[in-house]
Ligand binder design. Structure first.
Ligand code: AMP
Length: 222
């Protein structure tokens, strides 16, 4: 089982890198943010609980997050491996993932940190818009849609997530950068950490992410 962890602060570009990488590796992206947003849309109890934290720009408690992730990993399409986007976000989550994988005789193959300085993250996040239908990401200045407010891919309306409003961005940053540093240390200590420069153009970041897989045993399907 290939487990690729994509690490980066909110706005670092993990969400842009994950789908093309998944296509090249032939394994699905599992993004806990997407799982939570789906739960919110479904109106499930877990969704209602998670929403309180998400709208406030806070991390959802580890217990809820870990059980949601493990449920997803147990699905058949995850058997050959997954790309994790947005998980783990705390040291507790990273340890819980190690334990769950060890029970299957597996481990994290590589953890790739997409590294971007904090001031650039705030700039990026405050201009981010995503589409209602599928979450395709746009940015006011660096990757605007062809027609304002409309998704190029599926024509659905673009909106700014409640947790991407400038007032909640700082709150997200302060909490999440501290936790991210612990997760980075966790993977550095276990020897699977690779760092790529997230300030490069998107294509160069993709190439660096691909290069970071060399020697990890994770094979490209194409
Ligand atoms: P994202 O789409 O990854 O930015 O996630 C959106 C929101 O979902 C985050 O701000 C958190 O409130 C919540 N969330 C997603 N992943 C996690 C996680 N691994 N741990 C805790 N909360 C999470």
């Amino acid at each position: 089982m290939n487990v690729v962890v994509l690490l980066g602060a909110p706005g670092a570009g993990k969400g842009t890198q994950a789908p093309p990488l998944a296509a090249r590796l032939g394994i699905p992206v599992v993004a806990t943010g997407d799982l939570f947003r789906a739960a919110v849309r479904d109106g499930s109890q877990l969704g209602r609980e998670a929403r309180r934290y998400m709208d406030a720009g806070q991390l959802v408690p580890d217990e809820i997050t870990v059980s949601l992730l493990l449920e997803r990993l147990a699905r058949p399409d995850a058997a050959a491996g997954v790309i994790l986007d947005g998980f783990p976000r705390t040291a507790v989550q990273a340890k819980a993932l190690d334990v769950a994988l060890a029970e299957r005789g597996a481990s994290v193959s590589v953890a790739i940190l997409v590294d971007v300085p904090a001031d650039e993250l705030v700039r990026r996040m405050s201009g981010r818009w995503i589409c209602r239908a599928a979450g395709h990401p746009y940015h006011e200045t660096s990757s605007p849609p062809r027609a304002a407010g409309i998704c190029d891919v599926d024509g659905s309306e673009l909106y700014q997530r409640a947790d991407d409003q400038p007032t909640t961005i700082r709150a997200r940053m302060d909490q999440q950068l501290g936790a991210l540093a612990q997760v980075v240390e966790h993977y550095r200590a276990s020897g699977v950490l690779r760092t790529v420069d997230g300030l490069q153009p998107i294509e160069a970041v993709s190439a660096a992410v691909g290069a970071a897989l060399a020697g990890t045993g994770v094979a490209m399907a194409r």
